[in-house]
Design a protein around this ligand. Structure first.
Ligand SMILES: C[S@@+](CC[C@H](N)C(=O)[O-])C[C@H]1O[C@@H](n2cnc3c(N)ncnc32)[C@H](O)[C@@H]1O
Length: 235
């Protein structure tokens, strides 16, 4: 397995990242957009870069018959397994967690109906080995989904992101995905935090120190509008 690309937010602060996951897209608009492409009912779902496994139970709730959580960072794969062990047995038996990266998946050829990779910064320019693995493992009629930040449509989160990370080249990212032939659609979601304390904690793991403090000084309220891109490829 190649070295995973570090993800400081969830690697260093998995408990705060859990708070963030509870805040993101509470009305599940991302899942609604996915269902516009393919049912999850009766599917084998691969959640690639599943982190601590936050979404694994969700795919069972949407009717998946088998769910594979794939995560290369050992402490997070352990967290994902521990989370699954707390679920009802009928859910547990449908979910497995494997420790692997996108470039070398321990998954049979043509066996995955739905691939979900959320906040999958490891899919971008240079990720061709991972895309080649998808060509191998996706079943005919399967759909792969990559979800990430969008800055093409104005949003509060997008403004924070482009200000805090001026070196991020959104156009180069789009050029890459066009070149490899994936489609894109924008989905408008929100962060909805339960308290100011939670908002502060989450902003501080997502943005560098000075930028985080500027964001917090400028933002009242517990809701943040957020534009994401759902990238899709049908196999
Ligand atoms: C920002 S986190 C998102 C985790 C999860 N999808 C979620 O929404 O809670 C990105 C995850 O990708 C994992 N990752 C890093 N490099 C990877 C690779 N080459 N293949 C698969 N996953 C990778 C990281 O360890 C991290 O858990």
């Amino acid at each position: 397995m190649g070295d995973p690309i570090p993800s400081p937010n969830i690697w260093n602060d998995p408990d705060v990242y859990e708070v963030e996951n509870h805040a993101v897209d509470r009305s599940e608009r991302i899942e609604a957009a996915m269902l516009g492409h393919r049912p999850i009912q009766d599917a084998t779902v691969l959640d690639l870069g599943c982190g601590s496994g936050f979404h694994l139970e969700r795919w069972v709730d949407y009717g998946a018959t088998a769910v594979i959580g794939c995560e290369p960072h050992t402490p997070l794969a352990q967290r994902a397994r521990a989370r699954v062990a707390t679920l009802d047995p009928h859910k547990q038996q449908r979910i497995s967690v494997v420790e692997a990266g996108a470039e070398d998946l321990p998954v049979p050829d043509r066996s995955v109906d739905v691939m979900h990779a959320r906040w999958a910064y490891f899919f971008g320019s240079g990720c061709e080995p991972g895309l080649a693995e998808l060509d191998r493992i996706m079943a005919p009629g399967g759909v792969a989904f990559v979800i990430d930040n969008d800055v093409s449509v104005p949003s509060t989160f997008g403004r924070w992101f482009t200000t805090a990370y001026p070196a991020y080249d959104a156009e180069a990212t789009e050029r890459f995905w066009r070149r490899v032939g994936w489609e894109r659609e924008v989905v408008g979601i929100t962060w909805e935090l339960d308290s100011r304390q939670d908002l502060e904690a989450v902003v501080r793991i997502e943005f560098p120190g000075p930028a985080a403090e500027e964001i917090l000084a400028s933002h009242d309220g517990l809701v943040v509008d957020y534009s994401v891109v759902l990238r899709t490829r049908r196999y």
